[in-house]
Design a protein around this ligand. Structure first.
Ligand SMILES: NC(=O)c1ccc[n+]([C@@H]2O[C@H](COP(=O)([O-])OP(=O)(O)OC[C@H]3O[C@@H](n4cnc5c(N)ncnc54)[C@H](OP(=O)(O)O)[C@@H]3O)[C@@H](O)[C@H]2O)c1
Length: 397
């Protein structure tokens, strides 16, 4: 029995839902789906961080009970934007956590980065269904998060397209016959560039993903393959599989979203258009299916699919992640935190693109990584890793 083998509960006719990170890329796709199924979902809480205008617009569109803006200084603006709407306004980091703990049958956890950790845990604490997009929270606190899932009896459904694909094809009754998980990776916008060619990459180039429209952080992570690296750790925790049984294959077309291989040689894949509305809809309707307004994979024309191995020298992040997950829970915390600092520095023009993985590797070497016994340890190590990465960053300038 893994934390991902959900309890079977009869779904209510109208489900109450909350969206954490509603103003982001995943959040907007979720709101889009909810707007298309107003008869089936009632919106409780929506949260954003800075984008008051969009948050208020979404709250009005869905008739949300509460809208919360993370940046406390924007409270007045949000309240004014919601005047007469019937939606309550709130602001601040604690208000986001409170919104996550506000009862809802289904909560989308789509805040970016470790900022999503406490809200995601608060949502899990409700013991209902949590659709997990916020991969950094499971990378930083996987074992603790899964323990919280078991304790509260929550159902955790993976939204990340790769993990959602594995979840869709992995029959819980045949888990004992699982030989390996094969995560597919587009390879990002610079797949064919050499490492030497990466030094001059600009943020605008790095966020322009060839197949997926995503937020800035995950787009940069896709370009360095740190995204796939975090996904190896995420898969290892979610499916309780050692990283040796998790392979990565470059698949530039992003048609197969991931595969599993059973010990009898059968390989099962989940395919679809590169549109996050499909995995989001899978979790929103689960265990039933709901229609989406998203793109469809067109099988009527010539469809060619390639799969190739990852060049580990070209994408060193993959080996960093494998080493981190083998070394134990504290190492993924450091890798994740240092990467967040590095990506922010790159987007802010303080670090060149080709140094992002170096900074993460440097933090892993320098950090004093002890045992993780509870959430306080995760938060302290995350802060220490950020300070180390900032110091290493200054030394590079
Ligand atoms: N985008 C994808 O296709 C995709 C696919 C798989 C997994 N994911 C994962 O899903 C998560 C969200 O990704 P995204 O691409 O949707 O990111 P995004 O577009 O950057 O959106 C991030 C969301 O988090 C909010 N936020 C940012 N900092 C916050 C803070 N300190 N406190 C509270 N809220 C904060 C943002 O609010 P404002 O915009 O209002 O400032 C926004 O709503 C990430 O963990 C990512 O790895 C994304």
């Amino acid at each position: 029995m893994t934390a991902l083998q959900p309890q079977s509960a009869a779904a209510p006719a109208v489900r109450s839902v909350s969206v954490l990170g509603a103003t982001g890329s995943i959040g907007k796709s979720t709101v889009d789906l909810l707007a298309g199924h107003r008869d089936r979902f009632r919106t409780e809480a929506l949260t954003g961080h800075k984008n008051v205008t969009l948050l208020a617009e979404q709250a009005r569109k869905l008739g949300a009970a509460i809208a919360v803006i993370g940046d406390e200084s924007l409270y007045g603006e949000l309240k004014a934007a919601l005047a007469g709407s019937g939606t309550e306004a709130a602001a601040g980091a604690q208000a986001v956590i409170d919104a996550a703990a506000h009862p809802a049958d289904w909560t989308m956890a789509a805040i970016v980065g470790t900022a999503g950790l406490k809200p995601t845990l608060a949502a899990i604490g409700q013991g209902r269904t949590v659709a997990l997009a916020n991969k950094e929270s499971i990378v930083a606190a996987g074992p603790l998060m899964l323990a919280a899932v078991r304790q509260s009896g929550a159902t955790l459904l993976p939204v990340d397209s790769e993990h959602n694909a594995v979840f869709q094809v992995l029959n819980p009754e045949q888990r004992g016959g699982l030989a390996r998980i094969i995560l597919t990776a587009s390879g990002g916008p610079f797949l064919r560039k050499t490492r030497a060619e990466l030094a001059g990459i600009t943020p605008a180039e790095a966020v322009r993903h060839p197949n997926w429209a995503m937020g800035a952080k995950i787009s940069v992570d896709s370009a360095t393959m740190m995204n796939k690296s975090l996904e190896i750790i995420e898969a290892s925790y979610l499916f309780e599989v050692p990283d040796e049984k998790i392979d990565v294959l470059i698949h530039p077309q992003s048609i197969v979203h991931s595969m599993i291989e059973y010990i009898d040689g059968s390989i099962l894949a989940q395919m679809g258009a590169a549109d996050m509305r499909t995995p989001i809809a899978h979790t929103l309707g689960w265990p039933a299916r709901i229609a989406t307004t998203g793109q469809r994979l067109d099988l009527s024309g010539a469809l060619s699919m390639q799969f190739e191995p990852v060049d580990m020298a070209r994408f060193p992040a993959i080996n960093l992640a494998r080493a981190a997950v083998r070394a134990g829970a504290g190492h993924p915390v450091v890798l994740n935190a240092a990467n967040e600092v590095a990506v922010e520095a790159f987007l802010g023009g303080r670090l060149s693109f080709d140094k992002i993985e170096n900074l993460a590797g440097e933090a892993l070497q320098r950090a004093d990584i002890g045992r993780i016994s509870g959430m306080d340890d995760v938060i302290a190590l995350d802060a220490a890793a950020r300070a180390i990465a900032e110091n290493a960053l200054r030394a590079l300038q």
